[in-house]
Design a protein around this ligand. Structure first.
Ligand code: SAH
Ligand code: SF4
Ligand code: F3S
Length: 461
């Protein structure tokens, strides 16, 4: 395949190392990566697929066509290890038919479970951690040529985070990692254990990647990290500085970022957003997790309900058309009915158009898993349903305001129904009729029907 298409960066830039490759290993072999989890894992899968193609594997669409299957698994909630074993089990017939089929597990579950996975399920041939993706070609070479089991799940604590973005086809909207890991240790969360210590990429590398993505056709970039607001480049530039540079010094048309942490979301960043609205979208995903300050304290989130509200009020003053979404956990240990009602009231008070809500799930190694006042499953379930009901009632009414409005939609693709699909600056998914030649362009679309997660509209000619 064409090297220029895969390798996005100008390698004259010092310090970016390129993974070592044995180009024979994939010849005649199909590879299939199955992906769970957050955008970080989706982006890691893209990196894996790129490395596999560079080693001459053919990326195939189904496990049936593959000689190599990788499960890039997520560990954030509910029985992740069980899910991996059940997926591996479903490949038994394929492995019986083709003894040369190799199965690997990566992602946050690979990092968390390491060799335990192979001990419990001998069909698994290799396991690799979240810091070891670039060693995938060597791992696979060992697995095939020496026919042995390989585990590589060591954190590279001392290595700087100097990667290049590897994306096969950036498309219209693409992702660039800016940090990895997390040092916040929210008491419910496994990520600090599965992604390791937080590290930031140098700003010059990120700018170079964004410029390269633009050259390859990208119109929108999402800057990715577990807590983008704690980004620190060499020379002390912070996230607001980075965002401003990406806006001013690259030709990318739209900029998004995820995920933000309320404790680190500062006024400097709000000002940069307000002053660069022609490029930085007026949409922020800012997880508050709980509306009760007592629970927030037990979650180790580093802010109170009042502080969160006050940040949102300042933000809305500076960016009046700001659209917000949030993650919420219900049934955290010790959550009373009163605490839960405070979560519902915060959703209503701040008028979130979109929420992502989850039942608390105890995770290995985390502080909250050891709390004694765990909430019963039936109560968590009932609260989750009540939260969704309350939000739905509000959100349907809230998004009606978009009907009749004309939104600027960046067209990403044609959907299965033959309509164009794109997202507005407010991150609304919009479907409308139009010519495929509009893919990659930002066009005005008048909204005819608005639902909380989806909208229909008509192209304004
Ligand atoms: N870094 C992001 C969150 C990444 S995890 C942030 O701080 O916002 C994505 C979401 O999963 C979290 O926001 C939280 O709502 C949810 N989550 C994380 N751990 C969880 C757990 N143990 N049980 C239930 N939900 C959890
Ligand atoms: Fe997990 Fe908290 Fe880090 Fe987000 S900020 S990844 S919730 S520890
Ligand atoms: Fe899951 Fe790991 Fe992302 S646990 S949510 S894949 S950081």
């Amino acid at each position: 395949m064409n090297d220029d298409l895969i390798l996005s960066t100008d390698t004259s830039e010092a310090l970016i190392s390129r993974p070592q490759m044995n180009q024979d290993i994939g010849l005649g072999r199909g590879a299939y990566v199955s992906t769970y989890g957050c955008q970080m894992n989706v982006n890691d899968t893209e990196r894996m697929n790129t490395l596999l193609e560079m080693a001459n594997f053919t990326i195939v669409a189904t496990p049936q066509e593959a000689s190599l299957i990788i499960i890039n698994a997520c560990s954030i909630r509910e029985k992740p290890v069980h899910k991996v074993y059940s997926e591996v089990g479903s490949y038994r017939k394929l492995k019986d038919k083709n003894p040369l089929l190799k199965i690997g597990v990566g992602g946050c579950v690979g990092q968390q479970e390491k060799e335990n996975l192979i001990k419990t399920q001998p069909m698994i041939d290799f396991v690799f951690g979240t810091d070891n993706i670039d060693t995938l070609p060597q791992i696979i070479a060992e697995v095939y040529s020496e026919n042995k089991k390989v585990v590589n799940a060591k954190f590279e604590h001392r290595a700087p985070y100097h990667i290049e973005t590897l994306v096969r086809n950036p498309g219209v909207s693409t992702f660039v990692n800016i940090t990895k890991g997390c040092d916040n240790f929210c008491s419910f969360c496994v990520v600090p254990f599965t992604r390791g210590r937080e590290k930031s990429r140098p700003m010059s590398h990120i700018l170079m990647d964004v410029r390269n993505m633009v050259k390859r056709g990208a119109k929108e970039v999402t800057l990715l990290g577990q807590n983008v607001n704690s980004y620190k480049s060499e020379g002390e530039a912070d996230f607001a500085d980075l965002l401003e540079k990406v806006s001013k010094e690259t030709d990318i048309e739209r900029i998004r970022y995820t995920t933000s942490h309320p404790k680190d979301f500062n006024e400097k960043l709000m000002h940069v957003m307000a002053q660069n609205q022609h490029k930085i979208c007026e949409y922020v995903h800012l997880p508050f997790q709980s509306g009760s300050s007592r629970i927030l304290d037990r979650m180790n989130r580093g802010y109170t309900r009042e502080e969160y509200i006050s940040k949102i009020q300042t933000m809305k003053k500076l960016i009046p058309n700001l659209v917000l979404s949030s993650d919420i956990i219900v049934g955290f240990p010790g959550e009373t009915e009163e605490d839960f009602l405070q979560t519902i009231s915060l959703v209503e008070e701040l008028q979130f158009e979109t929420i992502y809500a989850f039942m608390y799930s105890p995770r290995p190694l985390t502080k909250a898993a050891k709390f004694e006042d765990q909430v019963e499953e039936s109560v968590k379930n009932e609260r989750l349903n009540r939260l969704f009901d309350a939000h739905e009632k509000m959100a349907f009414a809230l998004v009606k305001k978009y009907e009749g409005q004309t939104l600027q939609v960046l067209v990403e693709k044609k959907n299965e129904q033959g309509k164009l699909y794109g997202r507005s600056t407010q991150n609304k998914s919009v479907h409308f009729l139009g010519s495929e030649s509009l893919i990659g362009q930002t066009v005005p679309v008048k909204i005819t029907q608005a639902f909380p997660n989806n909208m229909r509209g008509e192209l304004v000619q």
